[in-house]
Design a protein around this ligand. Structure first.
Ligand code: ADP
Ligand code: MG
Length: 725
């Protein structure tokens, strides 16, 4: 008899374990209605399978027992074996009394301490019985103490079998219902004891060359590893699987779209580009700029629609790359549009581009909210007839009233203000597609998304699996790194002095205040007070003030005064975060710097260091800082490298909070893989997924059927997966 797919491609039996894993969690011994309810509400665990995929977040070695005498300095979690010698009860004046047990193993003493529910411990743990105590010791008044330790009777706990003990994240509500980490552990143990062999979800042609263990083994070891090696093997397998299917999902979707959408073919470099390069460009492109332009051009020649993310640190010269790209479009007879997130930025782009193109017969027009009436009509007409070659604008350009004759390229600057939905809207502006109509099939404009918030490569791959990524990893020559220092807010007098010095040298200064929704009123007050104070300290200088509560026209005017050099100091909220270019501004002071995220700090710092002068960034904070905040400020002082900062940011905060992730539509509920730390696995998963797609582009070869089937199941069961595409 011929073998089935599964028999051919899986070594492990594929038992129909779906039935077992799909069972309601209430059928597990130890889970009554109350615990079922809590597991469901707090963790979304409804079935055996859900519980099984609730993985430990850490492990603690429980094969080793410490002698109290050998404990020294700061200790990790340890266990000790001994007896309670006596109890003491302290009345703390509060409702709960404090209970202390003096515990000894014969080599020394420690204190076991309960601040809550000590009564219960006092009743339960008897003198003279041998216990194994487990916890993280701290030193209090010269003595080691374990507060709220785990305690087991020594002869019920067989240590050699315990190996690494899993620890699970639990919530307050869970703990109150007895579902501590130990409680979850007990449930997992009960589940594993009755679990049949679990079916395989990755074929041998993937597991074997990559030395991945079976799914069944991995699920058992992830909850009960006997040693570090088993733990690592289990993690590797499960992380890989998770990442692999995410990648396969993304890449399959890209494949679909690439088949559907064609891009205009820009086969030649074109006359405008050649002319510009030979006559107007006054400096050499950096190596990185040249490489990136080549990558982009290759994309635009291919006949497929380009979707490319251009990453480059602030000041790396992305705008110029965008311009070169737009000139290629124009040279091939198409129109191009560049969109900025704000009007100020759009105008700056207009000015830059017109300046770069002076003397050339390329028509560039602005289209933002302030272009009104007759002027607007003219511009719209020019766009519709194709006389306008390059449109510079804001969101206004994706309104339905804007109809292009032959739009071939859209550049989106500072991507994190632009969502996927807006990108999609652009596709409807394809040549041939009528305004507002769905461009389901046909030619769509090439899209270049530029961002100065560098996203680590691994994250970009997962987030923007459908975007190719180009990186400008080189600054134009002659840039001096911004000198960054951290000062406390009791050192302001010295700070004002150095500001005055810089202004006397002819420079300009930004002073930025935080502004967040939750504390908007107070934040604005702080800014106002700061402004008043500065006016008082620098009576001889002109100071601009810009914040989001001003009317657009007022904001614009204040901004312009600073841009033109009429004011020396600009007091502002983060409205100036993105893109503003005032080369003469050489000092960036950030007040309450502890309240800003790393990427925001880096963005703000990017506003200075654009001219020839040495620039400075001064981070001002109070002196009560958390460890994490201190790390953020330290990283800022240590490096100017946006990529290092983005990596650090990702590690500190996790990807869920990073700017851009919300709009990307990618939900970050990976169960075990960590994009920040598992970069190599992301790469491997991506390579394997690519290989599968290369071999089976139509997704119909029998040997890959198991993968498509699994992907189908995952997409069906996990709503968030659907959101990726
Ligand atoms: P980004 O948008 O990446 O932050 P910009 O495109 O605004 O950076 O470039 C910053 C400045 O550097 C601009 O004044 C630009 O004209 C200049 N510039 C760009 N490329 C080069 C280069 N290759 N050599 C010298 N200066 C450059
Ligand atoms: Mg820019």
């Amino acid at each position: 008899m011929a073998k089935t797919f599964e028999q051919t491609f899986f070594t492990h039996k594929t038992i129909a374990t779906i039935d077992f894993l799909g069972q309601d969690i209430k059928y597990l011994a130890g889970v009554g209605p109350k615990k079922k309810d809590i597991l469901s509400k707090e963790l979304g665990i409804e079935t055996f399978g859900d519980l099984l995929e609730y993985y430990p977040y850490k492990y603690v070695d429980r094969s080793h027992v410490y002698a109290i005498r050998n404990m020294d300095g700061e200790m990790p979690y340890v266990q000790i074996k001994g007896t309670i010698r006596s109890w003491e009860v302290y009345d703390t004046g509060r409702r709960q009394k404090r209970y202390v047990a003096h515990f000894s193993d014969g080599t020394g003493f420690v204190d076991l301490v309960w601040f809550r529910n000590g009564e219960y411990a006092h009743k339960n743990y008897r003198l003279g019985v041998e216990y194994i105590v487990f916890g993280k010791p701290t030193i209090y008044q010269g003595r080691y103490q374990f507060s709220h330790p785990d305690i087991d009777e020594a002869d019920t706990l067989v240590l050699s079998e315990m190996g690494l003990q899993p620890h699970y994240v639990t919530t307050e509500r869970m703990k109150n219902a007895g579902l501590t980490s130990r409680g979850v552990e007990r449930l997992q143990k009960a589940l594993l004891a009755k679990m049949p062999e679990i079916g395989e979800t990755l074929p041998t042609y993937i597991t074997e060359p990559n030395h991945l263990i079976s799914r069944d083994q991995a699920l058992r070891w992830i909850h009960y590893p006997h040693n570090n090696n088993e733990m690592r093997k289990a993690q590797e397998r499960l992380k890989f699987e998770e990442l692999f299917y995410v990648q396969l999902n993304i890449m399959r979707y890209v494949g679909d779209r690439r088949k559907r959408y064609l891009g205009c073919r820009f086969t030649k470099a074109g006359e405008p580009l050649r002319y510009f390069y030979d006559n107007n460009l006054k400096f050499d492109l950096t190596g990185a700029q040249k490489r990136v332009v080549k990558e982009i051009h290759a994309d635009m020649c291919s006949g497929r629609q380009m979707n490319r993310l251009l990453q480059g640190d602030v000041g790396s010269g992305k705008t110029l790359v965008a311009l070169l790209t737009m000139l290629i479009a124009v040279g091939n007879g198409y129109q191009a549009v560049i969109m900025a997130p704000t009007e100020i930025l759009a105008e700056q782009h207009l000015e830059t581009i017109r300046h770069f193109l002076s003397g050339m017969s390329v028509r560039v027009e602005l289209l933002t909210g302030i272009v009104k009436g007759k002027r607007r009509k003219e511009v719209l007409e020019g766009i519709a007839t194709g006389e306008v070659d390059i449109v510079v604008g804001t969101h206004a350009v994706i309104e339905d009233t804007v109809v292009f004759r032959r739009l071939g390229l859209a550049v989106i600057d500072e991507q994190h203000r632009f969502g996927v939905a807006q990108r999609a809207k652009l596709w409807a502006k394809a040549p041939g597609a009528s305004a507002g109509a769905q461009a389901s099939v046909g030619i769509v404009p090439h899209i270049l998304v530029m961002t100065a918030t560098p996203i680590p490569r691994t994250l970009a791959m997962t987030l923007y699996g459908d975007l190719d990524v180009s990186v400008i990893d080189e600054l134009p020559p002659g840039r001096k790194p911004v000198h960054t220092v951290h000062r406390y807010d009791n050192q302001l007098v010295a700070l004002y002095q150095s500001i005055r010095q810089q202004i006397q040298l002819g420079r300009q200064v930004y002073i930025v205040y935080p502004l967040i929704k939750e504390s908007e009123k107070m934040d604005l007050q702080d800014l106002e007070q700061g402004y008043e104070k500065l006016c008082h300290i620098f009576p001889d200088m002109s100071i601009s003030k810009v914040h989001g509560k001003l009317k657009p026209a007022e904001k614009e005017e204040e901004m312009q005064r600073f841009v033109k050099g009429e004011t020396q100091i600009l007091v502002a909220t983060t409205v100036i975060e993105v893109g503003v270019n005032v080369p003469n501004a050489s000092v960036m002071v950030i007040m309450e710097a502890q309240r800003f995220g790393l990427s925001q700090l880096h963005q703000l710092r990017g506003r200075v260091g654009r001219g020839a002068d040495q620039s400075y960034c001064i981070l001002v904070s109070g002196n009560k800082l958390t460890k994490e905040t201190r790390m953020r400020l330290d990283i800022m002082c240590e490096t100017n490298d946006g990529f290092k900062i983005a990596e650090a940011d990702l590690k500190l905060r996790g990807p869920g909070d990073l700017e851009g992730t919300q709009q990307s539509g990618m939900a970050f509920d990976l169960k075990i893989a960590n994009i920040a730390r598992d970069g190599q696995l992301v790469q491997l998963a991506r390579d394997m997924a690519q290989q599968v797609l290369d071999n089976d582009p139509e997704c119909n070869k029998p040997e890959y059927a198991v993968l498509w089937q699994r992907l189908y199941e995952l997409r069906k069961t996990n709503i968030n997966w659907g959101a990726i595409s």
